[in-house]
Design a protein around this ligand. Sequence first.
Ligand SMILES: Nc1ncnc2c1ncn2[C@@H]1O[C@H](COP(=O)(O)OP(=O)(O)O)[C@@H](O)[C@H]1O
Ligand SMILES: [Mg+2]
Length: 285
Amino acid sequence: MNVPLIELEAVSFTYPDGPTAVIDVTLRIEPGETVVIIGQNGSGKSTLVRHLNGLLRPGSGRVLLDGHDIHSVHVAALAARVGLAFQNPDRQLFAGRVASEVGFGPRNLGVRGAELEARVAAALEDVGLAAEAETNPYDLGLSRRKLLALASVLAMRTPVLVLDEPTTGQDARGVARVRAVVASAAQEGRTVIAISHDMRFAAECFGRVVVMRAGKVALDGSPAAIFAQAAWPELRAAYLEPPLPAVVGAGLGLGSTPTAAALVAALPGPAGEGRGRPPGRAGNE
Ligand SMILES: Nc1ncnc2c1ncn2[C@@H]1O[C@H](COP(=O)(O)OP(=O)(O)O)[C@@H](O)[C@H]1O
Ligand SMILES: [Mg+2]
């Protein structure tokens, strides 16, 4: 699997009769990076990621994969490299059967027979829909249709995964499945780019956080940097709240603790962790 370098060069996009949703965004994403994009509704996150698979073409600027402007990459070749799970699954789903929905993408890539069946089964298993292979997608609730849209993208086994608000509307089990999907893709060395409003998910599951505000990139860095106290004014200007462990860690003077694990590790104690933890609480919660 050749995991590409992704570059956005001064990308701007204006909807016909609509706003300029993305303004002069330059980003470079190395192969195998895990990046979460956060920002208030309407800040341009979805518009930006729709450029990564050619769904939208930049009004100005360029999008490059491994140094090649994707404008000159065939749509089918692009689909084999970058998989995008939509924010609204109903814009993505169309088949009358869950298994056909998930098989559609790999089938289009020329996958057939046992390999196709194995991919469909594995993707449904990953999102917890293995028992629903014969179900009509519209008999699933919205949160499960969203997991189905995710499975359809997973089955294509693209080296780049783009997930637009994968955890929105999911219960704890759904969130756990999405987290596992991100972790295993990262483990395999694939690039994962997700949009989220869940600061805990952002802080715990990604190596890099990009903050969007009014169509522009306002901040870009590690969770430790983006959720550190120094960045809070900028976060709050983007209507974002730092994750709770970051607030507690700052209150205790422990520095940047974007995750509960980092907070616990920073607490004073003989082993460098664990002291001061309230009784009965798990160390990683
Ligand atoms: N299809 C569209 N046509 C016109 N305007 C749109 C369309 N999609 C989004 N917008 C507008 O573009 C801006 C950015 O939207 P979007 O990229 O969806 O933001 P986000 O994903 O951060 O919520 C918003 O002002 C939104 O109303
Ligand atoms: Mg969006």
